[in-house]
Design a protein around this ligand. Structure first.
Ligand code: GLA
Length: 746
């Protein structure tokens, strides 16, 4: 709901309110973002009548000697007009001037929202938007700020659009999607950072005076810093932010000397500039934000339901994802048709629903040095072509899926030989190689058409029900031989081009399940999720590392979006040995599959896989669409929970098996309700003989307990240590062990 009383606007979600006031100078100021208010507060109540004097700072004018822009909680800020913190927008005009005053001119409150691409999508409940129109005090440069709410979501969507109404060209050097100025209150910044195979590890740091920024300069949202961030004050208050964008982004927090903490998110100004001709406008991508006063758990749930309801759209919205078997870690580049068919058959036997043929099926692609761009089947490997091969997979009762990397080209490829000018490269310089490949310039229409044709013909020929859309390098050498814009525009034009391609393919093939991938999780963001309902979280499938990767990912993105596979032991990335059931328990909290040679598993492991798949199918809806919660008991032990309706699947996850601690592990359920009874049952697993036990199945564990007791005290689990060796009742978890429990409300 959006209300206005005099010069105060209140934008409310189900449980939160965001308030804006307009000063008599026209400055739009932030009045608070917190719990839902019961009425529209007055300006005087929240802003105060007299503001503190801040010494050497410039004040607005002689009539407003208490208005110090350096201390105003602005809704949107500009340089060189008294506010010395990081500005939201920098437009260069005249002779290199960048000073602007963005003052209130009018507003509009309307049903619906701008759905121009790329944007979050209203459902049948609709949306409501406040648009504030600001413009400079002297020049006809306008800025439109919009705030959208959906009736049953605790997320607010922000965006900004600038219009050059002057009769000269201006240069946009930076434009934030949102600004939030809040009182400095001991905030800590939580970010999700990493690298290839180590994506989205959670980090926390105190915010001290000055600028703290994370972001991406990689050309994609990147594995170094995800656009998801949180501000937490240790007293239960949490702000969460994310961006609906897949390119270079920046999250910048500036703590001023005068008790103001400014949060800016948007396109990274690094290397960015955009020419605004007279009358032209530029729209920043949408940012999303949420507030919780009861810790991060609520903020995470708000983001999850927002993504399931308003980011993922079309056929796969809310739809259960198939259990897949991917050929990559099973055979890498060494395979022929016979080998993959037998892999698919072994998978089918165990309960797999979708077989995915990964890299190496096309052109001369027998290793990663060649073939990218030549999207026709390798006839040595698939003599009858992809259509016939896919038919064989389907005749086994499996869906067929296939890998592509449409944005890229190997230098050793027919495509590069015929269109060397289609790649992003600087005049007179050889572009830096990365995995022996260059990037196709998606800012060009002919390149976009080529990609749409190439992907369409692969889908048409093979009847693929699933495409793994990979992107395996970062950007360098920004320059376009054929785009409309300058090098400063190229990165953003590339992303817009990518969205156009994906949008058109989604429209043409609405039922095809696209899974985004970028050397694992190098482009895991809300922009990609608008078009691809799931994303491969990481090339690292080691269960211990995956706990950090998946938990970091799940702090902002729901389980249904996160590709998670069981792979071989020892893990190919970590060389760590682990039990297959433990690997399953961690991978089960995502869009699940296997990525190993299932035909080479021991009979015991095959039986385990069969049970795992059956279990996953039974609880798939809970695992993919349930409310995700996490509880850290100690650095060595944590629990994950996914709850849908009356059912929860919980995972106990242990790092090292500690001996003789005397501790009794307990399984709790943080969302268990008073006055209800719950049955807790452990999933039965095979005990490997290597554990020191005689083999067989794990102990029976089933107990009924009241909601209050389950939440506050927990149910005692058996001991992992009983003296010397294995004894009756010893619970086998082991190092890097994890196990699932089903908790049903009875
Ligand atoms: C990337 C992906 C992998 C696999 C390979 C194939 O690394 O992240 O999952 O598809 O490419 O080359």
């Amino acid at each position: 709901m959006i209300e206005q009383k005099e010069n105060v606007f209140v934008i409310s979600t189900e449980n939160t309110s965001y308030m804006i006031g307009i000063l008599d100078t026209g400055h739009p100021v932030h009045l608070g973002y917190g719990p839902l208010v019961d009425s529209v507060p007055s300006m005087e109540t929240l802003y105060g009548r007299v503001r503190p004097n801040i010494g050497t700072a410039a004040y607005w004018d002689e009539e407003h000697r208490d208005i110090f822009p350096a201390n105003l909680p602005l809704e949107y800020s500009t340089p060189w007009r008294g506010d010395n913190s990081e500005p939201a927008v920098i437009v260069e005009y005249g002779n290199g001037c960048t000073a602007l005053d963005l003052l209130y001119r009018g507003h509009r409150i309307y049903r619906g929202k701008d759905t121009s691409f790329p944007a979050s999508v209203p459902d049948s409940e609709g949306a409501e938007t406040l648009e504030l129109e600001l413009s400079d005090s002297v020049l006809p440069i306008s800025l439109y700020l919009s705030y959208t709410v959906f009736p049953s979501s605790d997320v607010i969507i922000r965006s900004a659009r600038i219009v050059n109404g002057t009769d000269e060209a201006a240069l946009l050097r930076s434009i934030a999607s949102m600004q939030l100025d809040i009182p400095s209150d001991g905030w800590e910044l939580v970010t999700f950072d990493g690298a290839w195979a180590r994506e989205r590890y959670e980090h926390r740091r105190p915010l001290l005076p000055g600028v703290t920024a994370v972001g991406s300069r990689l050309g994609c949202s990147g594995n170094e810093h995800n656009p998801l961030i949180y501000l937490e004050n240790g007293r239960g208050e949490v702000y969460g932010f994310n961006l609906i964008y897949s390119g270079c982004h920046r999250e910048c927090i500036d703590v001023s000397p005068f008790g103001r903490t400014r949060v800016l998110t948007g396109i990274n100004p690094y290397g960015f500039s955009w020419r605004l001709m007279p009358g032209e406008s530029f729209s920043a991508p949408e940012a999303v934000m949420t507030y919780s006063r009861s810790g991060r758990e609520k903020a995470v749930l708000s983001f999850h339901s927002f993504i399931n309801d308003h980011i993922v759209s079309g056929y796969w919205k809310g739809r259960e994802r198939p259990v897949l078997l991917n050929s990559w870690e099973a055979s890498y580049f060494s395979f022929d048709e016979e080998r993959v068919l037998s892999l698919a058959e072994a998978g089918k036997e165990l309960g797999i629903e979708l077989f995915v043929l990964d890299d190496g099926w096309f052109g001369k692609r027998t290793d990663d040095t060649k073939g990218l761009g030549d999207w026709y089947p390798n006839r040595d490997r698939f003599p009858c072509g992809m259509g016939k091969f896919a038919e064989k997979i389907r005749s086994m009762g499996l869906m067929f899926g296939i890998w592509m990397e449409p944005e890229m080209v190997n230098f050793d490829s027919d495509l590069y030989r015929s269109h060397p000018d289609w790649v992003i490269a600087l005049p007179g310089r050889k572009p830096l190689p990365c995995r022996h490949q260059y990037i196709l310039d998606l800012s060009r229409q002919e390149v976009r058409e080529y990609i749409i044709d190439a992907v369409s013909s692969v889908i048409d020929e093979s009847g693929a029900a699933y495409i793994k859309w990979d992107m395996n390098r970062t950007f360098t050498d920004l320059f376009s031989y054929g785009s409309m814009g300058t090098a400063g525009e190229l990165m953003h034009r590339y992303i817009l081009g990518l969205y156009e391609v994906m949008g058109r393919l989604k429209e043409r093939y609405p039922k095809v399940l696209f899974e985004g991938c970028a050397s694992g999780g190098n482009r895991y963001d809300l922009g990609m999720l608008l078009f691809m309902p799931q994303i491969w979280a990481s090339d690292n499938t080691d269960l211990h590392d995956r706990v950090m990767i998946e938990e970091g990912t799940l702090m902002g993105y729901p389980q249904s979006t996160m590709g998670a596979h069981v792979s071989a032991s020892p893990g190919h990335q970590s060389l760590r040995v682990s039990r297959i059931d433990s690997r399953f328990s961690v991978a089960a909290f995502g869009a699940f599959g296997y990525e190993l040679d299932v035909s080479a598993l021991s009979d015991d492991d095959k039986e385990s896989v069969r049970d795992e798949i059956a279990f996953y199918k039974k609880y798939r809806k809970v695992l993919q669409f349930g409310e995700f919660r996490v509880e850290h008991v100690s650095p060595n032990q944590r629990f994950w929970y996914s709850t849908l309706g009356k059912t929860t699947v919980a995972a106990e996850i242990q790092t090292l098996n500690e001996v003789h601690t005397g501790r009794l592990d307990r399984l709790r359920l943080p969302c268990a309700a008073d006055g209800k009874m719950y049955r807790v049952t452990a999933r039965k697993e095979r005990i490997p003989e290597s554990s020191g036990a005689a083999g067989g199945m794990t102990e029976d564990f089933s107990i009924e307990v009241s909601g209050m007791v389950l939440r506050e005290y927990g149910a005692a689990l058996g001991p992992q240590f009983t003296g010397n060796g294995f004894a009756e009742g010893t619970r086998i978890l082991g190092d890097f062990g994890s196990r699932l429990y089903v908790i049903e409300e009875v």
